[in-house]
Design a protein around this ligand. Structure first.
Ligand code: TXA
Ligand code: MG
Length: 327
């Protein structure tokens, strides 16, 4: 269900934002932890609730393309093309910031991340509030992003003033981030809009940035090598047979082991917990974070994962798995 929330809940959300408090809300990608983007004290509360370093900027969610020029000082033609084609939707544009944008939002950078989310509850909240909402994913820093309201409550508890429940997120992984602040557009984070789609829209091939482990110098600090991580050790293996053999060996060595693959594996060791298969790339993306949480709930020591191919949303799934697997 991704439908509307009751009007009273929406009003409570708007009142909380106006009072400088935190509101978790559903988007099509993952749940966000929102605050009034024009209120630096409110945005600081997001960082406290998440335990997130202040150098990490947050995305400003807006209700339409028309607000681009409020937040960005320059909007290149390619940004307008992508916004027109992909918004509302799982795309974030990095653009030169307008002078009025708070350093707390941008982490002191010269750019601001902007996105119109494609979820009716998020859009209703943004429209009723009438201003931009700064929001990272509603999880503790470095952990798995929430894709249901229950995940948000379990992870952040009383640190959030209002949680709007819009059902499970349909995309399931975060937005694609495209940096349009330099000479050439660069994909900083693969996500809900496939890179192939962006290349088609811009009629050119795009550089997909490989990521960095250095928060201070990184152009997208959430791309730290270790991120999106469950407590279980994640092992990613392309070949299903190899994964099956590796998982069996660990189970025989006495570890609690689970396996996640696109389809059922026939030769799986009975000591290995087979998580419900994740299916093709789009479905894999939709269920990925829920499966990572499930592995933790089951007290798994090692989660062996066979990823989808690196095309479409498969690229973003592989990116998140690589970071989940990094210690
Ligand atoms: O799908 C999404 O993008 C979700 C939903 C809630 O909209 N949001 C999300 O936010 O994933 P967050 O903060 O968890 O990840 C956003 C990433 C972070 O790595 C952040 O550092 C980066 O985007 N980012 C945001 N603004 C930036 C900027 N001005 N320059 C560089 N990186 C930026
Ligand atoms: Mg996040």
């Amino acid at each position: 269900m991704t439908g509307a929330v009751p009007g009273d809940d929406l009003r409570a959300g708007v009142d909380a934002l106006r009072a400088g408090r935190l509101v978790a809300f559903p988007t099509e990608t993952v749940y966000g932890l929102g605050a009034d983007a024009a209120d630096p004290a409110a945005v600081r509360r997001i960082f406290e609730a998440k335990g997130r370093p202040a150098t990490h900027p947050v995305i400003v969610h807006i209700s339409s393309e028309g607000e681009l020029d409020v937040w960005a000082s320059a909007v290149p033609e390619e940004a307008r093309v992508l916004a027109a084609a992909c918004w509302p939707g799982p795309l974030t544009l990095l653009l030169p910031r307008a002078p009025s944008v708070s350093d707390v939002v941008t982490g002191g950078r010269s750019t601001v991340g902007l996105r119109v989310p494609g979820h009716p509850v998020a859009l209703a909240l943004l429209q009723a509030f009438g201003r931009g909402v700064a929001a990272p994913s509603a999880n503790r820093f470095g952990r798995v992003s929430p894709t249901t309201a229950a995940h948000v409550r379990a992870e952040l508890g009383p640190a959030v003033d209002v949680v709007l429940d819009g059902g499970p997120c349909v995309v399931g992984i975060e937005s694609t981030i495209v940096d349009l602040s330099g000479d050439e557009p660069v994909v900083r984070r693969p996500g809900g809009v496939p890179v192939e789609e962006l290349e088609r829209l811009l009629s050119r091939t795009l550089e997909v940035w490989a990521g960095s482990t250095d928060a201070a110098s990184s152009p997208a600090p959430g791309s730290l090598a270790s991120h999106y991580a469950p407590s279980a050790l994640v092992v990613v293996v392309d070949d299903p047979h190899e994964a099956s053999v590796g998982a069996a060996r660990s189970a025989e060595a006495g570890r609690r082991v689970a396996l996640l693959a696109p389809a059922v594996l026939d030769d799986l060791h009975p000591g290995v917990i087979e998580l419900e298969p994740a299916g093709p790339a789009d479905h894999f993306a939709q269920v990925l974070y829920g499966r990572l949480r499930e592995a933790d709930r089951l007290g798994v020591d090692e989660l062996w994962v066979v990823p989808p191919e690196a095309a479409g949303l498969g690229l973003a799934v592989r990116d998140r798995l690589r970071r989940a697997a990094t210690r």
